[in-house]
Write a new protein. Structure first.
Length: 275
């Protein structure tokens, strides 16, 4: 049996509820999953409770976007305390900036003559560009979500708007403050990954996502080397979003449970030494 340490629910931009995600994990014969919604921990307790009922181990997590000059820098937090002030402060800030960005994108689309329903985006801080893409398809402005991103929503496209994020240091500190293990997500999207990992390790990075759908065998070998070089945990996951990414299935990376076991042993040792 395997695990998946990178998943999303309807509490961010996934299409399965936290409960349905856990049920699907059981269907896929997974031993454990981590719920890592974007800028939100709202689904963690729901998933944990469903895990208790279904026998699936659920790791409470989150995925935070951090400032970077080039590329895309996302940090996963595994084993976060969803009720901690540290993670609440970070997610409230990021949700506010996400909402502001959504409204700016919709405004840019309106200037180009495309009008979509704005009310939902004013009140729901968990929505993002995939939901705007869906609205463009429903309104008939685009044929597919991919087309919406290509024409209007991806970086450099006509309606793209940059979103204010936390610094690398603030991101990692918010995760550590919530008792989490900070993990560099999909490092293939990071510009100059060697220097980035070296820099992030000084701030408290503890892991690197080695197994990820878009990583080649060469990527995997390289990221394993970086993990060994810097003493980082190796993790992996599908980045499952449900029907928003229909080509990516839950558990598709076949990540071995031993990787999660090592992190649990580290946490148990850390907790015993602090008491």
């Amino acid at each position: 049996m395997s695990i998946d340490l990178h998943t999303h629910t309807t509490c961010s931009d996934g299409t399965l509820s936290p409960e349905a995600l856990v049920q699907y994990a059981r269907e896929k014969n997974l031993e454990a999953i981590a719920v890592t919604d974007h800028d939100s921990v709202a689904g963690n307790e729901r998933a944990i409770q469903e895990g208790v009922s279904t026998g699936i181990e659920v790791v409470p997590g989150v995925e935070l976007s951090a400032e970077c000059e080039k590329g895309s820098l996302h940090i996963l937090g595994l084993f976060v305390d969803s009720r901690s002030y540290s993670i609440t402060e970070a997610t409230v800030f990021l949700q506010k900036k996400r909402r502001e960005r959504n409204i700016s994108i919709i405004g840019a689309l309106e200037v180009m003559g495309m009008s979509i329903e704005k009310e939902l985006f004013l009140h729901n801080a968990y929505l993002g560009r995939p939901h705007i893409a869906q609205a463009l398809v429903r309104a008939g402005y685009c044929s597919t979500i991919d087309e919406a991103f290509e024409e209007y929503l991806k970086r450099g496209a006509s309606a793209y708007v940059e979103r204010e994020k936390l610094s690398e240091r603030a991101t990692i500190r918010s995760l550590i403050g919530a008792g989490g293990i900070p993990v560099l997500a999909h490092p293939v999207t990071v510009f100059d990954v060697e220097k980035t990992v070296e820099r992030l390790c000084k701030e408290g990075l503890k892991g690197i996502e080695v197994y990820y759908p878009s990583h080649t065998e060469e990527n995997v070998d390289h990221f394993k080397f970086l993990a060994k070089q810097h003493g980082l945990f190796i993790t992996g996951g599908s980045d499952f979003h449900g029907s928003h990414k229909p080509h990516i299935d839950l558990g598709c990376m076949k990540v071995p449970y031993i990787l999660l076991k090592r992190m649990k042993e580290y946490r148990a040792l850390s907790n015993s030494q602090s008491t």
